[in-house]
Design a protein around this ligand. Structure first.
Ligand code: C5P
Length: 413
């Protein structure tokens, strides 16, 4: 399953050193199932050749409004019309400061700007990925142009921060190809969680025994991270409370790293105060050592082993589900259950015990550390199976399911 299957993207390149990233982006779009038609300005051709992009896209590249070749199967010598008519979106990456200024004024003296102006406004969205020196990005003219382009309905993406080709450091780098791909996928995702504040917990907890040892579990955090990403794609503001895992933070998601169950509880209690959805995907340790040694417990050669005693950790989810906010319907809580057998019965019992409207069951050994999973959604009416698929795909289905369960207007407070 690919993220852009069936989408036709017109990829426009204007002049800038970031053109080298457009080659990788073109590949990534195709890998995700899109068809790509490349259009380049004359300035872009100074940075990368049309040959490269033709090879990557598998289609002839168009560079001139006077190009008389058949465009999109039509023979009328009007590539600026034909190329845009079949597009699901035009993505200009890189969009130079000059190109954005042209767009803003509706100028149309090259194929790419002409095509952007001639596109059907209601059906062919225009997305631009700016790329320029930091002084150019910060210039009042560019700031004004970006604001006006947005007001005109163009999606102007963020820029990256860091080293620039000119040797300076700052804002203005074009986003990386994987970030652009993410933005495009997000662009096409129905915004079923707009206005929602979603908190997700993910990963294992780590319960310290001494400064160098501790107890943890095999949770990879992948399912929770996928849910955070899917919720953000669907338009929510997302806070991800993560136990110790080394996964990259999904783009646009606020991440709070925690270690122990008590740390996780403090963070979740705080951030669920103004959340409207809480998805508890973390594998929280049931017990923690009754005390943590200040110094490393040393082996003394006698053969004696230390005795560990444990205390039970609080049930974070049950506590939040019992809060006044959740009880009056302002916070929708979703629990997870990792079981080894009798999934339905255990999930139903757990749903009742935790006091949550929706509990997601999965088989622990089939999910821990893997990229795939299968889910069983259990609510008061029964159970729905989501068959084995990638965790990201399942996360998107789960997010859509949660969205359908939310009150249309969230009670305030
Ligand atoms: O009881 P069990 O650990 O199987 O329950 C799993 C669900 O409860 C998950 O949603 C998990 O995040 C949550 N949980 C919790 N606090 C605990 C244990 C589990 O929030 N101490």
């Amino acid at each position: 399953m690919t993220d852009l299957a069936g989408k036709h993207i017109v990829l426009g390149l204007s002049g800038g050193i970031a053109c080298y990233k457009a080659a990788e982006l073109c590949r990534a779009l195709i890998k995700q199932g899109a068809t790509v038609q490349v259009v380049m300005t004359e300035a872009a051709e100074q940075f990368i050749t049309a040959v490269t992009l033709q090879a990557l896209s598998g289609r002839p590249v168009f560079t001139s409004q006077w190009d008389a070749r058949t465009a999109a199967g039509v023979d009328n010598n009007m590539p600026h019309i034909n190329l845009s008519r079949e597009a699901d979106a035009i993505l200009v990456a890189p969009a130079s400061a000059d190109f954005m200024a042209k767009l803003l004024h509706g100028r149309a003296d090259d194929l790419l700007s002409l095509m952007c102006l001639a596109r059907p406004l209601d059906t062919v969205p225009l997305i631009v990925a700016p790329a320029m020196n930091r002084e150019m990005w910060a210039h009042p003219a560019t700031v004004r142009n970006v604001a006006q382009l947005r007001a005109d309905g163009t999606t102007v993406l963020d820029v990256g921060v860091g080293d620039q080709a000119c040797g300076e450091t700052g804002d203005g780098r074009m986003l990386e190809p994987d970030e652009l791909l993410y933005e495009l996928v997000r662009f096409f995702t129905p915004k079923v969680l707009t206005g929602q504040q979603v908190v997700v917990s993910a990963g294992p907890t780590f319960e310290a025994i001494d400064p160098v040892r501790g107890l943890t579990n095999l949770s990879s955090g992948k399912m929770g991270f996928a849910i955070a990403r899917a919720a953000h794609e669907a338009g929510a503001q997302v806070t991800l409370v993560a136990g110790p895992v080394s996964l990259p933070t999904p783009r646009g998601v606020r991440r709070i790293n925690v270690q122990s169950a008590l740390n996780m509880q403090a963070a979740l209690n705080q951030h669920s105060q103004d959340a409207t959805v809480f998805v508890s995907a973390a594998a929280v340790a049931d017990w923690r050592p009754a005390s943590t040694a200040d110094q490393k417990i040393k082996k003394d050669g006698s053969g004696d082993v230390p005795t560990l005693s444990f205390v039970e950790n609080p049930d974070i989810l049950a506590g939040i589900a019992a809060s006044a906010r959740a009880q009056r319907g302002a916070l929708f809580c979703v629990g997870f259950a990792a079981e080894s057998h009798d999934l339905l019965a255990h999930a139903q019992a757990k749903r009742a015990r935790k006091g949550v409207p929706l509990l997601v069951g999965n088989i622990g050994p089939d999910t821990f550390g893997q990229d795939d999973n299968a889910l069983l959604l259990v609510d008061e009416r029964g159970a729905t199976e989501l068959p084995r698929a990638s965790k990201l795909h399942l996360a998107r289905l789960l997010v859509a399911d949660i969205a359908r369960r939310l009150p249309t207007q969230c009670p305030a407070g």
